[in-house]
Design a protein. Structure first.
Length: 416
């Protein structure tokens, strides 16, 4: 029998989704014959060698900031190999713009969460069956493209958080979905606002395996709002949070647990002294990632953020008091922000530095799927750029704000 090979692009922009999806693939017994490779660069030699052995599926998880690179690669693969490969896409941009992916050379697009749909699609392709009709799969013959909110949500406990067999690991996603509707964010579109928590039992199960098989001695958790773990997303559940931290920190061999630090974040109004004091007893991180986003209550309101600047500053004070270095997320150039408000947000970054906090800076990008997708891109003036550059050089500001400014322009120009 011919072999079947999956070549999944392992570009750094999609490493977390790659780990989760390949975890779902490697634990699906129907796919035990599938050869899976995850190269950082998909080379022609790799594709040629795979085609010589049998059928070849190439997969990408597509973020909106990566489309130019990925579409260029797809055009090249199509020119070289025509239809002798099947190309599959998924991820945030794919869910928002499935037809754009098809027009750019993809054969099939997975809309929404991939853990169930992607292995199913692979199984159909390996068996020569038409995958149109699998819930969440879009192809050229699809008449109505689904939206992620129309699809059945994935049960996180039914899938591993990463691919231990392939040694492709990352943070453990403990919570998926968010009940808030910040207009710059595509999480509500991608998850339909439905909050799900991975159970403590499942987290412990996978961590113990990771310690044993991959020599994990530290772990990170991924959540849109880490302090909401265990609930429906709008409240702190102190008992569940403490049980999670107490249980995972008892795992033998696991020396450090990072919680509430990048790539996770916490909403400011969830930060209280008792909660941070409790966390301090268990976690290894010295930083706490706090989403403030603007120094203007007017701009926060326009973005539907549902917290105030004062709540953000109070959270930063509490974090400092409890011995954390606050890393404060700020977005410059949000829709409706005036020049004065932009300057004030940057002034706040200087004040934060004076207090002992740091800023994680972003430039507003009109992301497909977000409520602000049709708003103009965030733009900095030369003085703002100079000030942010100075803060970066002094290591008081991190983040890809500079490249995001050009990504934002690019996203906006492609809409017209
Ligand atoms: S920015 Fe955070 S709080 Fe707001 S919708 Fe997105 S995930 Fe939820």
């Amino acid at each position: 029998m011919d072999s079947h090979t999956l070549i999944f692009s392992a570009h750094s922009s999609s490493r977390y989704s790659l780990a989760a999806l390949l975890g779902a693939v490697e634990t699906d017994h129907r796919l035990s014959e599938l050869i899976t490779e995850a190269p950082v660069r998909i080379t022609t030699n790799k594709i040629r060698a795979s085609i010589a052995k049998g059928s070849t599926i190439i997969a990408y998880s597509v973020m909106s900031t990566q489309t130019n690179r990925i579409y260029r690669e797809i055009r090249y693969v199509r020119e070289k190999f025509g239809n002798s490969v099947t190309i599959v896409g998924g991820g945030a941009h794919a869910s928002a713009r499935p037809l754009e992916l098809l027009e750019s050379g993809f054969d099939y697009v997975v809309v929404g969460e991939g853990e169930k749909t992607f292995p199913e699609l692979l199984w159909y392709l390996m068996n020569g069956m038409d995958p149109i009709g699998i819930s969440g799969v879009v192809g050229k013959e699809t008449e109505d493209c689904p939206k992620p909110r129309d699809l059945e949500p994935v049960d996180l406990d039914a899938y591993p958080p990463f691919a231990l067999g392939l040694n492709i690991v990352g943070p453990i996603e403990v919570t998926r979905g968010c009940p808030y509707s910040c207009k710059f964010c595509c999480t509500p579109f991608l998850t339909g606002g439905r909050v799900r928590n991975r159970s403590i039992e499942a987290i412990v199960h996978w961590l113990e395996k990771a310690v044993e098989k991959s020599g994990f001695n530290r772990t990170w958790f991924l959540s849109p709002n880490a302090l909401s773990y265990g609930g429906r997303g709008r409240t702190v559940e102190p008992d569940k949070l403490e049980r999670l931290l107490r249980t995972v920190t008892k795992i033998e061999g696991l020396e450090e647990v990072f919680f509430g630090s990048f790539p996770s974040e916490v909403r400011p109004e969830f930060v209280t002294k008792p909660i941070l004091e409790m966390m301090r007893e268990y976690i290894a991180n010295k930083t706490l990632q706090i989403g403030l986003q603007s120094s203007s209550n007017r701009v926060l309101k326009l973005a539907n953020r549902h917290h105030t600047v004062e709540e953000g500053l109070a959270a930063i004070d509490i974090a400092l008091e409890c011995g954390f270095i606050p890393h404060v997320d700020m977005i410059f150039g949000l829709p409706g922000e005036t020049k004065t408000e932009l300057r004030e947000s940057i002034d706040l970054c200087y004040s934060l530095a004076g207090m002992g906090a740091k800023t994680h800076g972003h430039v507003f990008m009109p992301l497909p799927g977000s409520a602000f997708e049709n708003e103009p891109p965030g733009r900095l003036d030369s003085e703002s750029r100079r000030n942010l550059g100075e803060l970066s050089r002094k290591k008081l500001l991190t983040g890809s704000w500079s490249t995001q400014e050009s990504f934002a322009e690019d996203l906006s120009s492609r809409k017209s």
